[in-house]
Write a protein that binds this ligand. Structure first.
Ligand code: NAD
Ligand code: UDP
Length: 317
């Protein structure tokens, strides 16, 4: 209890019961910050924050951000949005609404309170990039009518809204472009590659590599990512982003499959399945801006992060 005695501020985390949100709530509480966690439990779970519910400085509010919200806080982290392709394609209209109406509602709240607001944007704003690695200045290659568009275009529009609120209302904004992040509390059924491969390996089931596995991703461990978000929130007003936050070490999906098999000691065999439509062929962040503005770079190597994640997923075996 003593640890929480001198509170610094009260912060709203939307999507706080999700994978990233729950780690962020935990980190803020550890820094003696009071946390209001807003979530509609579309993809998040009470389980992710159950260990925080007894903390008197943590408050959970069931609410859908597509509806207005009235409360008093000092800062907002806007993370509410399903993030895995399976989840965001399940109800694509709601995904766009969450990104766009959710952003408008949270920006409206920030405007009324005259407070800082951080947006969890995504590397998906670059689409299937033809520039590699991707710097923030790259404008992207996004299909606006494909199955990923509800998410990609929703997040792009949210970025537009953030910058218009800054220009029109002088709001203090921070936009983080998050690249593939993994770690404990990923949803076991969300179909993302790290959780899929680990569960398949732990069960000795075939590892489903889509396409020929030559497509690349760069995987950031959740603790590194959260540190980057908190540092971005704490930057001076002229630092708005967009700023890439991710791990620049790139792997092919086939290399990831082999690494997971090795680390779990699994007997799984790799099988190849159809590549989903509009699946980006390469992705790697240029993080020079984050290094300069946030003095941040990821510390946790893939192998180290995978071992922690494998340990977490053993309960779902
Ligand atoms: P997640 O699905 O685990 O968490 C999202 C949370 O938002 C869930 O708890 C969900 O219930 C909640 N939510 C969804 N719609 C809502 C609504 N309308 N109202 C209130 N709550 C709602 O996903 P995550 O991986 O933790 O992602 C968090 C944020 O980070 C998302 O905005 C996502 O786009 C962004 N992001 C994540 C990654 C990644 O690799 N994890 C990469 C890029 C961007
Ligand atoms: N992928 C795969 N097998 C799986 C799940 C995903 O080969 O069981 C591939 C997917 O096609 C993509 C990459 O892994 O190329 C990352 O997928 P994920 O859904 O994790 O995130 P994305 O970066 O595509 O949003």
């Amino acid at each position: 209890m003593k640890k929480y005695m001198h509170l610094k501020k009260r912060v709203l985390v939307t999507g706080g019961a999700g994978f990233l949100g729950s780690h962020l709530c935990e980190k803020l509480l550890d820094e003696r910050i009071e946390v209001l966690c807003v979530d509609n439990f579309f993809t998040g779970a009470k389980q992710n924050i159950a260990h925080l519910l007894d903390n008197p400085y943590f408050e959970l509010i069931r609410h859908d951000v597509t509806f207005p919200l009235y409360l008093e806080v000092d800062e907002i982290y806007n993370l509410a949005c399903p993030a895995s392709p399976i989840h965001y394609q399940n109800d694509p209209v709601q995904t766009t609404k969450t990104s766009v109406h959710g952003a408008i509602n949270m920006l409206g709240l920030a405007k009324r309170l005259k407070i800082k607001i951080l947006q969890a944007s995504t590397s998906e704003v670059y689409g299937d990039p033809d520039i590699h690695p991707q710097p923030e200045s790259y404008r992207g290659n996004v299909n606006c009518i494909g199955p990923r568009s509800c998410y990609d275009e929703g997040k792009r529009c949210a970025e537009t809204l953030f910058f218009d609120y800054r220009r029109q209302h002088n709001l203090q904004i921070k936009v983080a472009r998050i690249f593939n992040t993994y770690g404990p509390r990923m949803h076991p059924n969300d179909g993302r590659v790290v959780s899929n491969f680990i569960l398949q390996a732990l069960r000795n089931d075939p590892i489903t590599v889509y396409g020929n596995g030559g497509q690349t991703r760069s995987f950031c461990f959740v603790d590194d990512l959260i540190e980057g978000l908190v540092r971005l929130m704490d930057t001076p007003p002229d630092v708005t982003g967009p700023i890439n936050i991710g791990n620049p070490v790139e792997f092919t999906i086939l290399e990831l499959a082999e690494k997971v098999i090795e680390l779990t000691g699994s007997e799984s065999k790799i099988i190849f399945e159809t590549l989903p439509e509009d699946d980006p062929m390469q992705r790697k962040p240029d993080i020079s801006l984050a290094e300069k503005e946030l003095n941040w770079r990821p510390k946790i190597q893939l192998e180290q992060g995978l071992l922690k994640t494998i340990e977490y997923f053993k309960k779902y075996q």
